[in-house]
Design a protein around this ligand. Structure first.
Ligand SMILES: [Zn+2]
Length: 313
């Protein structure tokens, strides 16, 4: 595994989403000087004024282009494995979750994790633009903000859907009650048969980890050999998933499974959650108020509890 150097932690824009923000702001031509405006009023439309206008128009166009390119929905390259596999993130947009994609560029195959709304659409557009086939859609749990874009993959790809059978049933029931045909989902099936089952494509290998609590059968996915785990809404930076929504398994259950399945991993393992910023197992082991003290039974104050998780289905 290529170590996660400090440089590797700096997200890079995905190819095809080159930001021109630097050009727009660093180029002094993009900011017409005041004297040009003064000249325009005092000496009329001279050649210099034409040049000033031209510079202003070019500057404005470049700045606008920079704004367009800095679209927050553009995928960020956040990790590359020694085998060349790439990990992309589209940070959560209002109403959905962080969307990740593991891509094997040589094989032109990918797995998308948690296809929610705008984030997932941006990821899908990017993968399509690179001619990459989505082999798997991995779902951590069936809350709407993590699956609202699943129909796209059912309609436009042949991807297999990986979800725990209990969550699949919830998803199927909800789709039915919302007037969606559940057949599309049933046809893809549910690949998950056992806890800690592995999912493989090209040079990427993932292991599903059952962590009930936030929902009855949430999954995390460990990227084998890369010291990375996708924790869904089970574990966040400085917090854990809510357990006050319908269909949860309780905080005691969640904490117990986090301890068993996640805190058993090495301290250096990077945790990529369904919402908010990444963290590490080591940091959460020592600093997470929900996990720090094994004897603690009372819920501590949680200033870092995900505000964006409120109202999730
Ligand atoms: Zn959730």
């Amino acid at each position: 595994m290529r170590p996660l150097s400090s440089q590797a932690h700096v997200p890079k824009r995905a190819a095809g989403f080159r930001s021109r923000r630097r050009l727009a702001h660093d180029d002094p031509r993009g900011c017409p000087r005041r004297e040009n405006a003064r000249n325009r009023h005092t000496i009329g439309l001279t050649r210099r004024t034409y040049a000033g206008w031209l510079v202003a128009i070019v500057g404005a166009a470049t700045a606008w282009s920079g704004i367009q390119d800095s679209d927050p929905a553009a995928p960020l390259l956040i990790h590359e494995s020694t085998t060349g596999a790439q990990l992309f993130l589209v940070p959560e947009q209002p109403g959905n979750a962080n969307c990740y994609a593991l891509v094997d560029p040589a094989a032109k195959q990918a797995a998308v994790i948690d296809p929610g709304g705008r984030s997932s659409q941006a990821m899908a557009d990017y993968l399509r633009s690179r001619g990459i086939r989505v082999r798997y859609v991995l779902i951590t749990h069936a809350h709407t903000d993590h699956v609202s874009h699943l129909d796209y993959y059912l309609t436009h790809t042949q991807a297999d859907v990986v979800i725990h059978p209990v969550e699949l049933q919830l998803l199927r029931d909800r789709r039915k009650s919302n007037g969606h045909d559940p057949d599309g989902l049933d046809a893809r099936g549910c690949l998950l048969r056992t806890d800690e089952q592995t999912i493989e494509f090209a040079h990427v290998r993932l292991k599903a980890l059952l962590i009930p609590g936030h929902t009855l059968a949430s999954l995390a996915y460990s990227w084998v050999g890369e010291d990375i785990v996708f924790s869904g809404d089970a574990l966040f930076r400085g917090s854990i998933g809510r357990t006050d929504l319908p269909g949860n398994a309780g905080e005691a259950c969640l904490v117990a499974y986090i301890r068993a399945k996640l805190l058993s991993l090495d301290d250096r393992v990077r945790v990529l959650p369904g919402h908010g910023a990444s963290t590490t197992i080591g940091r959460e082991r020592t600093a997470n108020p929900f996990l720090r003290d094994e004897r603690r039974t009372k819920r501590p104050a949680a200033p870092n509890r995900q505000p964006d998780d409120s109202g999730k289905q």
